[in-house]
Design a protein around this ligand. Structure first.
Ligand SMILES: O=C(O)CCC(=O)C(=O)O
Ligand SMILES: [Fe+2]
Length: 497
């Protein structure tokens, strides 16, 4: 069955893409699954991204460890996570000839390599750490469990399926891909074959003066984001859903201010504050994420929630942003088959702006956060007669600051500020995660277990353990899809010559 394709993809494949600089574009650059090689290999866009990521200073500075190639060139994964050094089972997805090098042409995926297997997940195959249900103390990190309604989740999954973002390629008449597939014995069938696990959608920045858009979604005020309609709608829905949280936060701040002025910041009020904080998003972060919902420059498109529009509040921003119509978004759709994970990384700092939104669909997963600028001391062999110094191989303190957070299905995670710039995020390769049990450890603000997860967790043998003074529940991994939404930095949406 033929699937709908984005015109961009077809143009890429046929080598007749018009200049993105002139036109802006909707791109769906699609990577093959499994080992995650780029299907659009050789396309200008992929090469440009890969080059940037491998040349990022962070990748060069930390040369005592092999650099992880940045997959699709999309992310920065500037240092191998510690576990990846341990042995082949943790090795990165570098089975392809080009993907482990630090060269501009490497397109290895951030996804870990192990191919999906039907083996039943067992607790013994889970990650060892316990994943919390509430955000660790990383400034700028916000988790909103169950923010997406079941209906919205279903609709997103339906559209992802309908658009065939993860479907095997059957349309790319690119001889390089067919040749490569043949070499690997995967059978290309003229360009068909492996399923894909990642798709990227690029929006565009479009000044109003450019006139009326002819494709994509058109706003009332005459510009188009260049993204598919469903993506625009998702952004607006998220803007609306998170608006309530931003308002709750503003209210809590108000109360705090009043409380402390009156000298009434009692235990009661601080516990009230922490309750609110667990579910709150600072107003300025909300405005940064959804400028089209908050800017006074543009009439706001209708937002599918009730409540009044928050008043924009002036605030000095360390990352000044152009007006909304000059910013363009980029979306990544990821699919994880158990036990696949994602290398520890920060999203390219020179390509993507502050404020990243991660939506989890169909299943939860454990996410790990590590400080970006951790230092490592490699053990070096002792010289003859040399005694081990004290401490033998000092562990930098920051290494103990790894945090584990469970992202339930239908949750939304926001990375901003320090969480976006200073902390790597990644997903361990695993068949399942040990997760804090509801009500045991998390305290206020934690979410309910998803019904299905609860069922699975309890239905598959020994799925509970006691840990660190609380109980943890084993949640087997299931296929998870995620949507990452972020803004490109000004000018970063123009690639090519
Ligand atoms: O799948 C996720 O939730 C994380 C994806 C991610 O970190 C990324 O696309 O940069
Ligand atoms: Fe990321």
């Amino acid at each position: 069955m033929k699937r709908r394709r984005s015109s961009m993809l077809v143009e890429e494949a046929e080598g007749r893409r018009s200049d993105a600089r002139q036109e802006g574009y909707l791109a769906s650059l699609i990577l093959r699954g499994g080992e995650g090689e780029a299907a659009g290999r050789g396309s200008k866009i992929l090469l440009t991204h890969a080059q940037e990521s491998s040349e990022h200073p962070a990748g060069r500075e930390q040369h005592d460890l092999p650099s992880v190639s940045a997959g699709d060139g999309e992310e920065e994964a500037d240092q191998l996570p510690r576990e990846y050094e341990a042995g082949p089972s943790r090795s990165r997805s570098c089975s392809r000839s080009t993907s482990s090098s630090n060269s501009a042409s490497s397109h290895g995926s951030l996804f870990s390599s192990r191919s999906p297997s039907p083996s039943p997940p067992a607790p013994s195959l889970a990650t060892t750490s316990t994943y919390a249900r509430t955000c660790p103390p990383i400034p700028g990190l916000y988790l909103f469990p169950s923010l997406l309604s079941l209906e919205l989740e279903r609709e997103l999954l339906r559209v992802i399926d309908r658009e065939g973002y993860f479907s095997p390629l059957s349309i790319l008449p690119d001889p390089r891909i067919a040749r490569e597939q043949e070499r690997e014995g995967g059978g290309g069938g003229g360009g068909g074959g492996a399923e894909r696990n990642q798709a990227m959608l690029f929006g565009r920045a479009r000044p109003r003066s450019a006139g009326t858009a002819t494709d994509g979604q058109e706003w009332a005020h005459g510009w188009s984001t260049g993204l598919p309609k469903w993506a625009d709608e998702l952004v607006l829905a998220l803007g609306g859903l998170l608006k309530g949280h931003a308002q709750a936060q503003a209210q809590a701040q108000d109360e705090d201010a009043r409380g402390s002025c009156a000298g009434t910041d009692t235990e009661g009020s601080s516990s009230r504050r922490s309750t609110t904080a667990a579910a709150a998003l600072p107003q300025e972060v909300w405005e940064m994420l959804f400028p089209e919902c908050s800017s006074s420059t543009f009439p706001s498109p209708s937002i599918p929630t009730s409540g009044s529009q928050p008043q924009p509040q002036p605030h000095p921003s360390p990352h000044p942003r152009p007006p909304p119509h000059l910013q363009s978004r980029q979306l990544i759709l990821n699919r994880y088959h158990p036990p696949q994970g994602l290398a520890s990384h920060i999203d390219l700092p020179h390509r993507f702006a502050d404020g990243i939104v991660l939506c989890s669909l169909s299943a939860g997963i454990g996410m790990r956060f590590r400080p970006r600028h951790r230092t490592r001391t490699r053990p070096r062999p002792l010289q003859d007669g040399e005694r081990e110094r004290e401490p033998p191989h000092p562990q930098p303190e920051s290494y103990s600051h790894t945090h584990h957070l469970y992202l339930p299905a239908r949750s939304v995670l926001v990375l901003s500020g320090e969480a976006r710039w200073e902390w790597e995020h990644g997903i361990e390769e695993s068949w399942g995660d040990w997760v804090e049990r509801d009500g045991e450890d998390g305290g206020e603000g934690e979410c309910e277990l998803e019904g299905e997860e609860k069922g699975q967790g309890e239905g598959q043998g020994s799925t509970e353990r006691a840990r660190g003074g609380g109980k943890a529940l084993f949640i087997p991994r299931q296929e998870r899809k995620s949507i990452t939404i972020r803004f490109m930095k000004e000018g970063a949406d123009c690639v090519g010559e």
